[in-house]
Design a protein around this ligand. Sequence first.
Ligand code: BV8
Length: 246
Amino acid sequence: MLPEALTRALREARHVCVLTGAGISAESGIPTFREAQTGLWENYDPLDLATPEAFLRDPALVWRWYRWRREIVAGAQPNPGHTALADLEGLVPKLTLVTQNVDGLHARAGSRTVIEFHGNLFATRCFVEGCIVNAAEDDAVPTCPACGSHARPGVVWFGEAIPAPALDQSFAAARDCDVFLSIGTSSLVYPAAGLAELAKNHGAVVAEINPNPTGLAAYFDHAIPGNAGKVLPELVAQLGDRQSRR
Ligand code: BV8
């Protein structure tokens, strides 16, 4: 059973903002960012690969890593956590979903408005000009047809700025929302991890859903220990039931 205070806040909310991290895709079989990687990649730290410096140093290595991740995601399905968030859109007046994930699973689960704060794994763009490149699906690092530079995955690497539209929309939603749900994130990566504090400082009820309480747990009004794939369907069922009785 979820805290009644949280269910009540959700029932009365005009605007709910949700931030998701790699944890919501864990139950789809996609390794989280800080879990040990497997196979060939077990000796690599994602923090060392997801940077422009790593790509410039060894574009083929970084490209292969993203191809490996694309294959994992292509074989994965949205899980009940993703589906519950898509259902939540129909139960509250306004929902803004901000995801740090690059796997596209929220859209595949039916969420209509998803802000991809760190980009998308399946986009490929020119390293120099940023334009979209239609890359062949193989291990060769693609090149930009316009300028001949290497093409890269359309994600935001460490040390790179969040695209302004995603940043502005997410910060506006955190400031405006009545309830902020932080789901499946270690709350370590900024500026995404700063959204919860912004929401709290603007009067929102803030809750995290994570089997491992994060460093911000004491900061939240509610820290719900549990897997997103179990807790979110419960939350939606509780809310859906009450909405029908409103
Ligand atoms: C920026 C895309 C400034 C790529 C990602 C030096 C220079 C510049 C910046 C910095 C710097 N030092 C620090 C910074 C800031 C840096 C940062 O925050 N670093 C951290 C490591 C300290 N941030 C940046 O660089 C950002 N940009 O600051 O730009 C700037 C401004 C102007 C001009 C130039 C620059 C950009 C950060 C974006 C990095 N890209 N992804 C890719 O995917 O390959 S971030 C990456 O980490 C993923 O997106 C991932 O989502 C994200 C966060 O991790 P989590 O999602 O939280 O995943 P994690 O594995 O950590 O945790 C999973 C959680 O799930 C756990 O808590 C677990 O308990 C829980 N869980 C597990 N199972 C479940 C579950 N929860 C629920 N249910 C379950 N079943």
